[in-house]
Ligand binder design. Structure first.
Ligand code: GCU
Length: 137
């Protein structure tokens, strides 16, 4: 499998805190976004070659309210993605989108667009171009 995992708790966090009080996360914890517009997590992602890659965000949202976030690569918005309720803060789900990465270093930022802030964010999985293996749930 040619994917790389980036833990949210190791990323650059603006308006959020690392927590570990809801089971089921990978790594050592997750990011609890502050409940404000503009709270964000930025991952430093390395790509061997330029091209479209799959970005898979693992998250939990224990509310019934969507917590959309804008996904930006190297400062350019790719799309605003829904992070709907998952049923419980201990129920983690994945959402994937495709985005073009540059060769070398990239920044991938997920920024909350509503007053609820972002969901709890566990990790980002980046799957290389041409890889047909799907991320594990
Ligand atoms: C609860 C929950 C947090 C979550 C927060 C929220 O406090 O324990 O993990 O981040 O709600 O609504 O964002």
């Amino acid at each position: 499998a040619s994917f790389t995992d980036y833990q949210a708790e190791s990323a650059t966090i603006a308006q959020g805190v690392v927590e570990s009080n809801h089971a089921g996360f990978t790594g050592s914890g997750f990011v609890n976004y502050d409940n404000v517009v503009g709270s964000s997590v930025e991952f430093a992602v390395s790509a061997a070659t330029a091209g479209t890659q799959s970005l898979t965000f693992r998250f939990a949202n224990g509310t019934t309210v969507n917590r959309p976030m804008t996904i930006a690569v190297n400062g350019t918005t790719v799309q605003t993605t829904d992070f709907p309720g998952t049923g419980a803060w201990t129920t983690w789900q994945e959402i994937s989108l495709d985005a073009p990465l540059a060769a070398g270093g990239n920044t991938i930022r997920a920024t909350a667009t509503t007053a609820g802030g972002g969901p709890n964010l566990d990790r980002l999985r980046v799957t290389g171009p041409g890889d047909t293996e799907k991320p594990t749930p």
